[in-house]
Design a protein around this ligand. Structure first.
Ligand code: ST9
Ligand code: ZN
Ligand code: ZN
Length: 352
């Protein structure tokens, strides 16, 4: 047995693995109990308004806003997306790489713009999501259905099992970072400024956009769009797609989600190897904007200690627990269908 096996039925860090290829002793999928939903009306009203405003914003985005405002909304989408993917997710929740303070500062600013709660709170929930995946202690437990894992979990009180098991979570690494402590302490001042006030003022001030277009397009539409893209990782990517790495879990490889979520839809891989900074197998970088972003900062030395899984480990795992949909390793793979090999076009062929 690998060292440091925890009693948790989920893998968070390398040392949590139960077997040498990082598998779990038991498959994590369980059925949710019938815990009653305690509605949080403040959130239900806020999210309803947000979505109505975003629909109107989407209309203005297409038919009324200046092109500068549309591009601005897109740039904010990418920035706040990176604050979640490269920041809260890969850096802080999973510790899959390390970052020097200038990069951490950029990421925390992007993360505040995304308004998905402080990076410390986001990471706490996300560590629970992996460690107790698809049980009652998982905040957006996908066994409770698409709606619950998408947005429903933000409209009700959390399951008592989550709060009980959550007490055992180690967050000392997050609280040790003064940048994260600062963000959490001043969140209620920084977040409204970054997510709502500045994005509304900038288009009006710099290119004469109307207040209406600015508020509904650059702020409400942009924010709600990113929220839904993020939530799709919890709902769609826990429901639809292949499972080449582990067929026993719900998380799946979902290319459409990856496209919008800056490379975060390769979710079967990510739940199988959660500490890989790429959150995908090597070779999927085309759709993985976040990996390219981290690679760029690794080149200039601001990102370092990037962790990734060796091809041998992946191959072993695919053979043992995959659903058989993994693409071939390359030409000459023993699973390569002979008909397909025969039909392939080869330029200047030579077998040696
Ligand atoms: C939002 C977050 O939308 C979205 C996160 C999505 C995650 C996606 C992951 C996918 C992978 C990454 C892909 C990224 C792709 C991005 C692409 C971008 C282009 N552990 O929470 P409370 C305890 S946020 C341990 O109030 P309630 C603790 O004692 C949207 N303990 O629970 C806590 O007290 P304190 C904006 C825990 O009362 C106490 O319980 N934000 C844990 O049941 C109370 O905690 C909102 O709308 C834990 N995990 O309320 C706010 N959790 O905190 C939404 C709790 O003092 N949230 N405890 O230590 C809420 O209003 C409430 O949390 C609630 C539950 C109503 C949902
Ligand atoms: Zn997941
Ligand atoms: Zn994760």
């Amino acid at each position: 047995m690998a060292p440091n096996v925890t009693d948790a039925n989920g893998v968070l860090f390398e040392s949590d693995a139960a077997t040498p290829d990082f598998a779990l002793a038991t498959p994590p999928v369980e059925k949710a109990d019938n815990y009653p939903r305690i509605y949080v009306w403040r959130n239900i009203i806020a999210f309803t308004y947000l979505h109505l405003a975003a629909l109107y914003g989407g209309y203005l985005f297409l038919f009324s806003a200046k092109w500068q405002t549309d591009i601005f909304a897109y740039v904010l989408y990418v920035m706040s997306g990176l604050g979640i993917t490269a920041g809260a997710h890969r850096l802080w929740a999973h510790k899959s790489y390390k970052a020097k303070w200038p990069l951490r500062l950029i990421l925390v600013a992007f993360n505040t713009l995304a308004f998905q709660d402080s990076a410390i709170d986001w990471s706490r929930d996300h560590r629970m999501h992996h460690k107790y995946s698809e049980t009652d202690a998982d905040p957006h437990n996908a066994t409770r259905g698409f709606f619950f894992s998408h947005i429903g979990w933000l409209l009700v009180r959390k399951h008592p099992e989550l709060k009980k098991k959550g007490k055992g979570l180690d967050l000392s690494d997050l609280y040790a970072d003064p940048i994260l402590r600062f963000q959490k302490k001043y969140y209620l001042i920084l977040m409204p400024l970054a997510c709502f006030v500045l994005p509304t003022i900038i288009p009006v001030y710099f290119w004469g956009e109307t207040w209406k277009n600015s508020f509904f397009v650059a702020t409400m539409f942009r924010y709600t769009f990113i929220l839904n893209v993020t939530w799709l990782v919890n709902s769609a990517a826990h429901k639809w797609g292949h499972k080449p790495y582990d067929r026993n879990i719900k998380p799946s490889e979902n290319l459409s989600v990856s496209l919008f979520a800056l490379g975060e839809g390769f979710h079967n891989y990510h739940h199988t190897f959660p500490w890989d900074y790429k959150t995908a197998e090597l070779g999927n970088n085309r759709l993985n904007f976040t990996t390219n972003f981290i690679n760029f900062f690794a080149k200039i030395g601001w990102a370092y200690d990037l962790k990734t899984v060796s091809e041998e480990i992946i191959q072993n795992r695919v053979k043992r627990t995959g659903d058989g949909t993994h693409h071939l390793w390359g030409w000459g793979d023993k699973d390569h269908a002979p008909e397909e090999k025969k039909a392939a076009i080869r330029i200047n062929p030579k077998d040696d």
